[in-house]
Write a protein that binds this ligand. Structure first.
Ligand SMILES: NC(=O)c1ccc[n+]([C@@H]2O[C@H](COP(=O)([O-])OP(=O)(O)OC[C@H]3O[C@@H](n4cnc5c(N)ncnc54)[C@H](OP(=O)(O)O)[C@@H]3O)[C@@H](O)[C@H]2O)c1
Length: 275
């Protein structure tokens, strides 16, 4: 029996991934659909189909204690997908929304990596849903060294420095992009790289994968306010297929380990000329 857990799964990409995994896993397997709001989690579980069992769990990823408690309670997990994200409003001052956003997207992902990494079963998958925007190319070169080769502690410190700079009004002068999503995604990918660097040898020996993924442009609550043209966007169901392929594959090419992956291919962390 395998257990999969998805955060931020009561709607959007997380919900579609629960459904895809539930369809493709076995009846004795368990898919945990988690979200921060009990009513929305219950409504999503009532709606979702599939072969595997699906159970709802309330998990607010900003609640570090709750994240550790659930990891301890489950003991062993085969697939963990950190996917939760809060909404960002265009036109609203960065200082007014950076805390809410970073607490979910960055602290939440960091808690998930720290709490669930140790309970991941050999051959398991520890995945963060990030974005192709989570590469160093999105930052001025002067900031690359803050993330490149950073430990998870380092990444957490940089995230806090950037958050403080946004509040102080000094972020732009320090080179941080105005759109909060960009540094946040780079930090998510850097956090995954940091964790992967620590466990690489053991994981590669037993077929475990730690990686970040990009779903591509998908029409969801998170993306809708930011893009006008969704004619090329995938549906959530389409977008999660390559993510499910990666999580359910018997064998994953070792070069994908620790990388940002989109549709089965690596998205380069550094621009080609700089590598
Ligand atoms: N959509 C795209 O085009 C796109 C592109 C690239 C990357 N991504 C990434 O894909 C992931 C999923 O995004 P999405 O587009 O599916 O977003 P979404 O439709 O807005 O769904 C986000 C989910 O996260 C949950 N969430 C928010 N705060 C939470 C918290 N504190 N604890 C637990 N769950 C929480 C939300 O729950 P509530 O319903 O309770 O708010 C919701 O279920 C994100 O990491 C996003 O950045 C999306």
């Amino acid at each position: 029996m395998r257990t999969a857990l998805i955060t931020g799964a009561n709607q959007g990409i997380g919900y579609a991934l629960v459904e895809e995994l539930a369809n493709r896993m076995n009846p004795e397997d368990l898919v945990l659909l988690t979200g921060r709001n009990p009513e929305r989690v219950a409504a999503a579980v009532a709606q979702v189909g599939g072969r595997a069992r699906v159970e709802g769990r309330v998990l607010d990823v900003t609640d570090a204690e709750a994240v550790w408690r659930l990891a301890g309670e489950l003991g062993g997990v085969d697939i963990v997908v950190s996917n939760a994200v809060g909404p960002l409003e265009p036109g609203k001052a960065a200082g007014e929304q950076v805390d809410g956003f970073v607490d979910v997207a960055n602290l939440g992902a960091q808690y998930m990596l720290r709490a669930f990494g140790p309970v991941l079963r050999p051959g398991g998958r520890l995945i963060v849903v990030a974005s192709s925007l989570g590469t160093l190319a999105q930052l001025p070169e002067g900031l690359w060294g803050r993330f490149d080769g950073a430990s998870l502690d380092d990444v957490e410190k940089v995230v806090e420095e950037w958050r403080t700079a946004v509040h102080d009004g000094t972020a732009a002068a320090a080179g941080w992009p105005e759109w909060i999503n960009l540094p946040s995604k780079v930090a998510q990918v850097a956090a995954v790289r940091a964790v992967a660097a620590e466990r690489r040898t053991t994981d590669l020996a037993n077929g475990t994968l730690v990686a970040s993924v990009c779903p591509g442009l998908v029409d969801t609550r998170a993306s809708r306010p930011w893009f006008d043209d969704f004619s090329q966007a995938k549906s959530p169901a389409e977008a999660v297929r390559p993510i499910a392929d990666l999580t359910l594959a018997d064998h994953v090419a070792p070069e994908l380990y620790g990388e940002l992956i989109r549709d089965g291919r690596i998205v380069a962390w550094k621009p080609t000329a700089a590598r």
